[in-house]
Design a protein around this ligand. Sequence first.
Ligand SMILES: [Fe+2]
Length: 384
Amino acid sequence: MRYDADLSFNFFAPTKVVFGAGAVSELVPEANELGIKRALLVTDPVLARMDDVFGRVRKALGALVVGEFTECQPDSGVDVVNRAFLAATRAHADGVISVGGGSVIDTAKGVSLLMAEGGELMDHVGFQNMTRPAAPHVALPTTAGTGSEVTYVAVIKDHTAHKKLLFADYKLIPRVAILDPKLTTGLPPQLTAATGMDAISHAIESMHSLQGEYIADGLALHALHLLKEAIPVCVKEPGNLKARGAQLVAATMAGAAFSNAQVGLVHAMAHTVGARYGLHHGLLNAIFLPHVVRFNCEDTRSAYAAIARAFGLPDTGDVCENLATFLADFAVSLGLEMHLGRLGVNRDAIPELAAATIEDASIVYNGRTVFDPEDLIPVYEAAL
Ligand SMILES: [Fe+2]
């Protein structure tokens, strides 16, 4: 942990969080506060057809909307961000409002970056490259998992190179996040479960990160406590606003934790496989999480002990094995498929996947330092 290593850390979570069942009604005052006079509304084609989600937002914003971009896709690509930016330019927008899951919010982050910086999106790939604040961005998450509404990173896919690119800058963080659990009740059980496991992986990875620190730990631990209770209820009772709200807030807390402490090997593996096979990010995290807990164990045991306590696990036996078993059983109980082999990934692909995982930026912060792709082959094999 960075705190232990040099007794120093920074923590930055500048997003104003507005929570409430019906908090969409706060959109106009919040946009006014940011000085947005001409908003580009960004979403995906499915949500664009949902009157109780996108329709509500559009109605709440009224004349503030000067353009709509509704073509976001899962794992939004560079071309999608460029098209969305073109829509913003044509509409003379001065701010962005995103309504959707992580891909939609990340697309909007790309637009807010280009509105401030100009140039080509690919000029800005990497860490802390921005020279001025992004255009004002209000995010309304419709899933509860990515935490993108409060994080400093946009994950954008390069569909040609089959790579997920990270655009990471503290100037990219949305200014306001409106958390309205009513926007998440339409999310199907499988996506509720998978995005929930993404949030769990953010909290756990921020705690086993080399850049972990006390504030992020505090957010992560309470997020885990809430997620364990809320996700199963949200899966069984989609309309339960109290549980939906708890999962939504916990996902935001886990997002603020990892935006500061970073993620690790679970995300490096999920980025790698997700870019090649198009499998859901949260599902891949759920699959890899137990195996990475076992892999990291010797270097991250104290973090896993704290996590096991947050989950209320018994403190008998090996803490890493207890945690790994709990995480696998929890994901299965939510109805998630936990074997890569049943999702189209073959054993033959593993050496190349392991080699590519070493190149992913997230691996740098993993609690157990990994340089050799050979070390990852048993982890991939265990997940088959
Ligand atoms: Fe994630």
